[in-house]
Design a protein around this ligand. Structure first.
Ligand code: SF4
Length: 325
């Protein structure tokens, strides 16, 4: 296995030549931790150098925009919960109208997604949600958090919703997802993620209640119409106190490793290991092209100039923020 330098063995001098400034991220969040665990080099490229692959077409990212529109629709529908059903549906439809990516039409999309399709899915969702809504008291929709635990762990992010389960009075985190890849292992990725126990842990820090549960509420879309029982899926995960302690200690350990690397190797990209085994996971890693070119040639420089932009992720900003600094 060849382990080519990411940018160059010459460290700072060549980072300067490439116009790249390494900076430690202001705070580490769940996506950064997962990226570091998958591939430390990718973490360095994305979160330390701040490199973000440009969208092939800057105005188009079907999966992201479809998911954002679904989140906004759900938010508006749930925020209007004091109103009559008709008013709530109108609120959801207005949000859908405002956020639908108009370029996403069946002519260009393999999944045949369209605004009509999302409207249809919204009606389908409301129909199956309303009969069970009385099982929950909605406490907050869109909860931003930036909490500091007793152990010194700082954790930031945004949760879709916090609810009280009427049956037992317990608080539950609620997370909306949309996917075009549902399968028997779909939910496994969440259970062992940094994100889900992190939401539960942060909620228990913010509230006086003990919090142990999170529900993922998924809208599934493929190219053909599905009956409601194959379109909406819910799964609830429980993280008891011992699992949360384990999560916190894992996070501390990984954050410490990252901070140690940042301390020693901020200007040495070649010291951040490359996990070649993950390059093809979820489609080819867009950073591959930077790695595979001759590090001393102009090709990599051109790739960086043409296909990447500097955009730093700050999870501690409200709503999370990208900057070009
Ligand atoms: S191409 Fe592979 S080794 Fe390079 S950053 Fe991506 S996952 Fe890591």
């Amino acid at each position: 296995m060849t382990d080519l330098p990411v940018v160059s063995v010459k460290g700072q001098e060549l980072l300067t030549q490439f116009g790249l400034t390494p900076k430690a991220p202001p705070v580490i969040d769940a996506s950064m931790l997962s990226t570091f665990m998958d591939c430390p080099s990718k973490f360095y490229l994305r979160y330390v150098l701040g490199l973000r692959p440009r969208r092939k077409d800057p105005s188009k990212d079907g999966n992201l925009d479809w998911g954002t529109c679904w989140h906004e629709t759900m938010f508006a529908f749930m925020e209007a919960r004091e109103g009559m059903l008709k008013e709530r549906m109108v609120a959801g439809l207005q949000a859908l109208e405002e956020h639908y990516p108009t370029y996403l039409t069946p002519d260009v999309d393999k999944m045949k997604r369209s605004k009509d399709r999302m409207i249809q899915q919204f009606f389908g969702y409301a129909k199956q949600w309303i009969p069970k809504e009385g099982n929950y008291e909605i406490l907050r929709n869109e909860q931003y958090f930036d909490v500091l635990g007793e152990s010194g762990l700082r954790w930031c992010g945004r949760m879709d919703s916090l609810r009280r389960v009427i049956r037992n009075g317990k608080i539950r985190v609620w997370d909306y997802k949309s996917t075009k890849a549902m399968g028997p292992t779909y939910f496994d990725q969440f259970e062992v993620s940094f994100q889900f126990p992190g939401y539960v842990w942060a909620t228990s820090q913010m509230m006086t209640d003990d919090v142990y549960e999170i529900t993922v509420d998924v809208m599934y879309t493929i190219s053909k119409d599905l009956p409601p029982e194959k379109t909406y899926f819910e799964r609830t995960f429980r993280y008891d106190a011992a699992r949360l302690v384990e999560w916190e200690s894992n996070v501390h350990m990984t954050v410490d490793r990252i901070l140690g690397m940042l301390d020693k190797y901020l200007y040495q990209p070649e010291m951040w290991a490359k996990n070649w085994g993950d390059c093809t996971r979820y489609g080819k890693c867009r950073f591959f092209v930077v790695h595979s070119l001759n590090p001393r040639g102009q090709g990599r420089l051109l790739e960086l100039r043409d296909n990447f932009e500097v955009s730093r992720w700050d999870p501690s900003a409200v709503a999370g923020e990208e900057t070009d600094q």
